[in-house]
Write a protein that binds this ligand. Structure first.
Ligand SMILES: Cc1cc2nc3c(=O)[nH]c(=O)nc-3n(C[C@H](O)[C@H](O)[C@H](O)COP(=O)(O)OP(=O)(O)OC[C@H]3O[C@@H](n4cnc5c(N)ncnc54)[C@H](O)[C@@H]3O)c2cc1C
Length: 436
């Protein structure tokens, strides 16, 4: 089947140029694919997006079954200060925002919040430890992991457990990986926008609806091969064939590593070797809705002495006015918990909640994620893995030639693993295709 000439007319595409006779196939309707398509449509290209699942958004997925928008994938805009392309999109798509504050935190021990003096001790000890971690980073060898830092955890007793919880929250859950998976040498090397952290009040799914308006997206089209022809590219999905001048591939690192898409011309050596070193992280969310809230009006909570899995709780009540908690965990424990039954998962999370608050009511409903087990993502987001570096992210994002382009969060050398990184990488791939 030849690429159908379809004209996109969504709001984000209002300034669409005249048809220029060029055509593109975009693999994946995540935020990178949508952003690439919009850029090309604006320049007058005919664009078709092929998406394996039955919805757009990919690792952005807003569940509305609890009567409020709960983001099961991306949930925060990281850095609303200058330069973040999401700030303008939040405004254009009417997402609204809640300013989320990770310092608005309550830690518990034996059913009670810890004392101010204990917070102070913890904060000081953590700052000192991280200072030492930064000097270890300066001396680190290429393949060395963040485990070296964890092995040097200072203190004893509850303070040690508190430091372990801070590290899990700030490093492992944030980067969706265990310390032993993460590069020490390249820790925190990617760039970040400054400013507030926002949660979209209407859910990130509203952004996807806004971006996808008017774009030609074919759902349930799992691309199995990408080939070059004399004139352009030929992609296959099931029994169907699609042709265009160029293709932009936006699937995750995990999907590329799984080789479910066959590149008939082979991957470039640089891309193949980067993929061997790169790694997908896993972060798991368990969402619990209660009849009423029994917790303080803070944003973030934790039980440092709760043992494994280490869980970080976020309170959705200030955002959406409903008694809903989201428990996050990462790495090996997240991969294990993806496989347990709903009943077992609920009991693991409730044990932490009872450790924080004593006797509590049972949750009314529970939602959970399985980003690692999903064949369409194979993890939550890419990490800078021990043995890898941002050069690998850059290599992944390089075009093969003037026909096959790559985009997605992991292709962003500066803003890897984020929504804004995925958007910028999609736009960049589209600009490269236009120039080719
Ligand atoms: C739990 C979790 C929490 C996160 N939290 C945040 C956060 O708070 N803030 C933030 O900035 N970022 C966060 N992220 C990261 C963010 O969601 C991603 O960086 C971003 O959404 C990736 O977009 P993408 O377009 O690169 O990839 P994807 O969204 O993965 O899009 C790729 C698309 O390709 C499709 N696909 C796969 N295989 C095929 C095939 N063979 N043929 C056709 N289509 C295929 C997939 O179905 C998918 O729709 C989080 C992610 C997760 C999972």
């Amino acid at each position: 089947m030849l690429l159908a000439a379809k004209v996109a007319c969504g709001k984000e595409n209002e300034t669409m140029g005249q048809g220029n006779g060029k055509s593109a196939l975009v693999v994946g309707a995540g935020v990178a694919g949508l952003s690439a398509a919009i850029e090309l449509v604006k320049a007058g290209w005919q664009v078709k997006i092929l998406e394996a699942s039955s919805r757009s958004g990919g690792r952005i997925w807003t569940d509305r079954s609890l009567g409020i928008p709960v983001d099961m994938g991306a949930a925060w805009l990281h850095g609303a200060g200058g330069g973040n392309p999401l700030v303008e999109l939040f405004q254009k798509a009417g997402l609204g925002h809640f300013v989320s504050d990770s310092d608005n935190l309550a830690l518990f021990q034996k059913g009670e919040e810890i004392s101010d003096a204990l917070y102070e001790t913890l904060d000081e000890a953590y700052e000192e430890w991280m200072e030492e971690a930064r000097s270890m980073k300066r001396r680190a060898k290429k393949g060395e992991s963040m485990q070296s830092v964890l092995d040097e955890i200072p203190e004893t007793g509850f303070v040690k457990k508190g430091l372990r919880w801070y590290f899990a929250s700030d490093v492992e859950i944030e980067l969706a990986a265990d310390a032993e998976e993460l590069s020490l040498k390249y820790w925190d090397e990617d760039e970040a926008f400054g400013g507030e952290e926002w949660i979209p009040r209407k859910g990130y799914g509203t952004l996807i609806d806004y971006l996808a308006q008017g774009l030609d997206i074919e759902f349930n089209a799992a691309v199995s091969s990408v080939a070059k022809t004399a004139r352009g590219v030929l992609l296959r999905a099931g029994e169907k064939k699609y042709e265009a001048d160029i293709a932009i591939i936006t699937t995750s690192v995990g999907v590329l590593q799984s080789e479910t898409i066959k590149f008939e011309h082979g991957l470039t050596d640089a891309r193949r070797s980067a993929l061997q070193r790169m790694k997908m992280g896993t972060m798991m969310k368990t969402v619990l809705e209660f009849p009423d809230s029994f917790w303080p009006e803070v944003h973030r909570m934790g039980l440092p002495a709760g043992g494994d899995p280490i869980l970080e709780f976020w309170n959705l009540e200030p955002v959406h006015g409903k008694p809903v908690l989201v428990a996050l965990c990462a790495g090996r424990e997240a991969r294990r918990l993806e496989k347990v039954s709903d009943r077992e998962l609920q009991s693991v999370v409730m044990e932490h909640i009872r450790g924080m608050f004593g006797k509590t009511p049972e949750p009314r409903r529970m939602l959970r994620t399985r980003w690692h087990s999903s064949p369409l993502t194979r993890g939550a987001y890419s990490m800078i893995a021990a043995g890898s570096s941002l050069d690998d992210h850059a290599a992944l994002g390089k075009a093969d030639d003037d026909r096959i382009f790559f985009a997605g969060e992991a292709c962003s050398e500066q803003y890897t693993s984020t929504v804004h990184g995925a958007i910028l990488s999609g736009r960049q791939a589209a600009r490269a295709a236009r120039k080719a």
